[in-house]
Structures are given as structure tokens and as C-alpha cells.
Write a protein that binds this ligand. Structure first.
Ligand SMILES: Cc1cc2nc3c(=O)[nH]c(=O)nc-3n(C[C@H](O)[C@H](O)[C@H](O)COP(=O)(O)OP(=O)(O)OC[C@H]3O[C@@H](n4cnc5c(N)ncnc54)[C@H](O)[C@@H]3O)c2cc1C
Length: 395
């Protein structure tokens, strides 16, 4: 674990940080960097070894000790790399948010076909499309339809705010076979690049994470063959509400990762504030407000450590194969709030220089907001947590 942390910290410091400002201004991560990362085999998601990747795949025979640490290693890696730049690491080649549902529910043929895309020498991406213009937090209310037809389904509707959607080779796309069935009517489909009826939409100009591509797309009478129904027909016939479970299960593994990224950004902001305050003498005991400033930095460090502890707890539970949905939501809810507060306070403490372009503080202040929005907003996490409390109490 320490080796992973040290290696990735060095990588973040020497390779990611130096391109952070430029990528933010250009609204894209340089292709030369992505190609280099690809060649080095650095990715946020494990590609199964069975298809030529370096990571653990579902059902693979692997070193048990490594498997037991997979989630903790992933959150440690996410924190270190986000310390470098979160938008850059969200853009690293790989299956992205599409990886977990394929790994968890795809058929053997689908896993082989979809993951082997990433063994190509050039950078490739996958994506995950749940959100719609009228269905964000209310994921059960998606309107994209999937009508059964001979040999497959006809999909119609629009997806929005999709990370790496415009560059993806395939997108795990959620649609409903019957809106009146709510959650149990949902299915996950693989929409491939070049799909007939796939109409690309806007690429968004965002407040933060500007180097990360976020876009929308529509499907207009798009025929998706049966072999691209994730998990196959049998999977959905087993249990009625499985379609929605596919969508939600993804979050149990990705929420701690997102929380870890927020911790990485907040840590970067705290360190930057400490350095600038040291340089400008604000921490010198001869300065009247030094005590108050030091106390604020101390509290920020406590909050950061608490956020990291929750993230590691959620990851450790996943490694131990314990249900971690509540802890995953706790880590996400807490980190999102605390990391925003730390970035804001770091800006407060250093004063106006923090808002200038020669400091990354103003960028982290912009970047951090979305960590309380995507993968379920803070409010939604708290609702999920309270629902679990009632379930545990048998209410
Ligand atoms: C940069 C970025 C990348 C993204 N990437 C992806 C992606 O790859 N794939 C994908 O599918 N989606 C993605 N999203 C979408 C993201 O998951 C949604 O934005 C998020 O779920 C919130 O939905 P919404 O924006 O429609 O807000 P809304 O759901 O409209 O919420 C608006 C406000 O109301 C609150 N609210 C909503 N319902 C309740 C409730 N029941 N009780 C209390 N408060 C409530 C929310 O907390 C929020 O504060 C991305 C978003 C962003 C910004």
C-alpha cells in the first residue's frame, strides 16, 4: 500500500501537477500525457488479467491478499492522483464508471468484449449514462425507453452530464422497458461508438473540472442488439428490481473513490495554504492573528483526517466483502462537505492571492463543488443513510 502511495504521489507531483493549469485552461487533458499514462499502465479501474489487463477481474484466480486490499489501494491511489489534479485523473483512459456494472453483471462474453477494448495501445474510454435532463437525483424516474423488438431493443431518449461520453467506445446506458414499472422496468444497455441513431449533444463548459469532458447524447430509434443488454435477458428475469440495482450497485464501489478524490483536493488546498502562510509570515508567533490562523489550520487537518478515515472504512468493508452502502454514502456525504469547507477556508486564509491564476487554490475551489453533486448529491447521501438506519431498526 505504501509503495503504491509513494509511487503515485511522485507521479502526481512530477507528471500531473505540471499540466494541471494548462489542462484547465484548454478544457482538455493533453493527448501526449494520456498516451504516456496508457503506456505506463496507470488506470483508475482494473482491467481483468484474463483479457490482457493488469488488474483483478471478477471471478479471476488471483492473489487473495491483493484482492483483499483492492478497494483500499484504489482509494489511496485516488487521493494521491486527485492531489495532482482530479479532472486529469477522471480523464485517464479506461472503462470509467462503466467498469463496475460490466464487471458485476456482464456476461462472460460481454466482459471479454468490453474490457479487451482497453488493451489496445492507444487510449480508449468507457462511460456510464444514467442521468437525464429530467432525472438526476431521482434515478428511478428515467425516461429513456427501450422497446423490445426482434433481436434487440429500440432505444429513445436523452442522457446528460456524461463523463467521457463523447470519447467513449461504449457507454453503459440505462433505459426503461416500462415507465409504469418504475425501478423494476430499468435495464442497462451497451451503446457502442458508431451506434445508428446515436446523436451527440453539447460538451458542457463547467465551473470546475474543466479539463474533464462532460457531455450529453440522444438515442433516436436506436436499435441495440440483444447481446448488448448487460447481463443478458436471464439476468433481469431472475429478480424484478435488478435493473435499478445494477445502477445503484455501481455507486457502492465508486462513492468511496469519489470521496477519496475530494480528500485529495482538500489536502492539496490545505498544504498550499500552509506553505503560503509560512512564506508570508502569517504563522509567525509575532503576528497577532497567528494563533487563530494555526487553530483554523489544525481544525482543517482534523476534518481532513476524519474524511479520510471514513473513506478507508468504506473501502475496507468492501475488501472484506461486507455490505458497505451506508458507509460508502457516509464517506461521500462527509468528504464532499468537509472538502468544500477546507478549500473555502484555504482561500480565506491566504487572502486575495488565492484567487489569482498563479495559485491552484482558485481552481481547487472551483473543482471541489462537483464532489458534492455527482455520484449522488450530499442531500441524497443523507437520505440514503437515514433510510438504512430505519432498515437496520426494522422500521
Ligand atoms: C461534472 C459532472 C459529471 C457527471 N458525470 C456523470 C456521469 O458520468 N454519468 C451520469 O449518469 N451522471 C453524471 N453526472 C450527473 C450527476 O450524477 C447529477 O448531476 C446528480 O445526480 C444530481 O442530479 P441533478 O444535477 O439533476 O440535480 P437534481 O436531482 O435536480 O437536484 C437538485 C438539488 O435538489 C436536491 N434534491 C433532489 N432530490 C432531493 C430529495 N429527494 N431530497 C432532498 N434534496 C433533493 C439535490 O441534492 C440538489 O441539491 C455528472 C454531473 C456532473 C456535474
Amino acid at each position: 500500500m505504501r509503495q503504491v502511495r509513494d509511487f503515485l504521489h511522485h507521479f502526481a507531483k512530477t507528471e500531473i501537477r505540471p499540466i494541471s493549469r494548462q489542462a484547465d485552461q484548454a478544457h482538455e487533458v493533453p493527448m501526449a500525457f494520456l498516451t504516456k499514462v496508457k503506456a505506463l499502465g496507470i488506470s483508475m479501474e482494473p482491467i481483468p488479467r484474463s483479457v490482457g489487463g493488469a488488474g483483478e477481474g471478477v471471478g479471476e484466480e488471483v492473489d487473495r491478499k491483493r484482492v483483499r486490499q483492492t478497494n483500499r489501494i484504489a482509494v489511496v491511489a485516488a487521493e494521491e492522483m486527485a492531489w495532482g489534479d482530479a479532472a486529469v485523473i477522471i480523464t485517464l483512459p479506461g472503462p470509467g464508471l462503466g467498469g463496475p456494472p460490466v464487471a458485476a453483471t456482464g456476461t462472460a462474453e460481454q466482459k471479454e468484449r468490453l474490457f479487451s477494448v482497453f488493451t489496445a495501445p492507444e487510449p480508449k474510454w468507457g462511460a456510464y449514462a444514467l442521468t437525464e435532463p429530467e432525472a438526476g437525483s431521482d434515478a428511478a424516474g428515467i425516461q429513456m425507453t427501450a422497446a423490445k423488438t426482434k433481436g434487440g431493443y429500440i432505444l429513445n431518449g436523452t442522457k446528460t452530464f456524461i463523463t467521457n461520453g463523447a470519447r467513449a467506445e461504449w457507454i453503459v446506458t440505462f433505459a426503461t422497458v416500462d415507465r409504469t414499472l418504475g425501478r423494476s422496468g430499468q435495464r442497462a444497455f451497451i451503446v457502442e461508438r458508431g451506434q445508428a441513431g446515436l446523436e451527440p449533444g453539447r460538451i458542457f463548459d463547467k465551473l470546475g473540472l474543466r479539463a474533464s469532458e462532460t457531455s450529453e447524447f440522444s438515442l433516436v430509434d436506436a436499435f441495440v442488439p440483444e447481446h448488448n443488454l448487460l447481463g443478458g435477458e436471464a439476468y433481469y428475469q431472475e429478480r424484478q428490481a435488478k435493473g435499478f440495482r445494477v445502477a445503484m450497485a455501481t455507486f457502492d464501489s465508486t462513492r468511496p473513490l469519489v470521496a477519496a478524490m475530494a480528500v485529495g483536493i482538500a489536502r492539496a488546498a490545505l498544504e498550499e495554504a500552509r506553505e503560503r502562510l509560512t512564506q508570508n509570515g502569517a504563522l509567525s508567533l509575532a503576528t497577532p492573528l497567528a494563533g487563530a490562523t494555526r487553530a483554523r489550520l489544525g481544525q482543517m487537518a482534523v476534518d481532513l483526517a476524519m474524511a479520510r478515515a471514513l473513506v478507508l472504512r468504506a473501502a475496507a468493508m468492501a475488501d472484506a466483502q461486507q455490505p458497505n452502502a451506508k458507509m460508502a454514502s457516509m464517506s461521500k456525504a462527509f468528504s464532499g462537505q468537509v472538502a468544500m469547507a477546507i478549500c473555502r477556508q484555504a482561500m480565506d486564509l491566504v487572502g486575495s492571492v488565492g484567487a489569482l491564476g498563479d495559485s491552484l487554490l482558485e481552481k481547487w475551489y472551483r473543482d471541489i463543488k462537483v464532489f458534492d453533486i455527482f455520484e449522488g448529491t450530499g442531500q441524497i447521501q443523507r437520505i440514503v443513510i437515514s433510510r438504512r438506519l430505519f432498515e437496520e431498526a426494522g422500521a
